[in-house]
Design a protein around this ligand. Structure first.
Ligand code: THU
Length: 139
């Protein structure tokens, strides 16, 4: 699976976006460490707040299929420019991706920008921060 193929799958997934409110389609494709690909689109809701972004749709499909380690994600949107993932999606990605996980912002199979999770979400809240450990004072 090369980057171009993964981008093509995200572009295809964008076609399924359910966007009656924003009319703004987003597609995503995650590549798991085991080499599988899961795609997602944004799914809006009349309550607006219950809307699910394309990235989270793809991640949740993968996790519900038993995959918990991701190598890369492609995100592609209708904005005509590189579409950065929202804050909630960055946090969800950090649950499963290492700092080095590639986040590929794609306009087309030829025009894309590769960044990493660390670059997008430095200092992420992680499981290390969840509990108070005796003898350690964390800042
Ligand atoms: N959206 C995504 O799917 N991913 C993002 O990272 C940014 C926003 C969707 C949510 C909503 O359906 C539409 O784009 C407009 O915000």
């Amino acid at each position: 699976m090369d980057i171009q193929e993964l981008i093509a799958k995200a572009i295809e997934a964008k076609e399924y976006a359910y966007v009656p409110y924003s009319h703004f389609r987003v597609g995503a494709a995650v590549l798991t460490e085991s080499g599988k690909v899961y795609t997602g689109c944004n799914i809006e809701n009349v309550s607006y707040g219950a809307t699910n972004c394309a990235e989270r749709t793809a991640v949740f499909k993968a996790v519900s299929d038993g995959e918990q380690e991701f190598k890369a994600i492609v995100i592609t949107g209708d904005n005509g420019d590189y579409l950065p993932p929202c804050g909630i999606c960055r946090q969800v990605l950090s649950e499963f991706g290492k700092d080095s996980m590639k986040v590929i912002l794609a306009n087309s199979t030829e025009d894309y920008r590769v960044t990493t999770l660390l670059e997008l979400l430095p200092g992420a809240f992680s499981s290390k921060n969840l509990y108070r450990h005796s003898g350690h004072k964390r800042v």
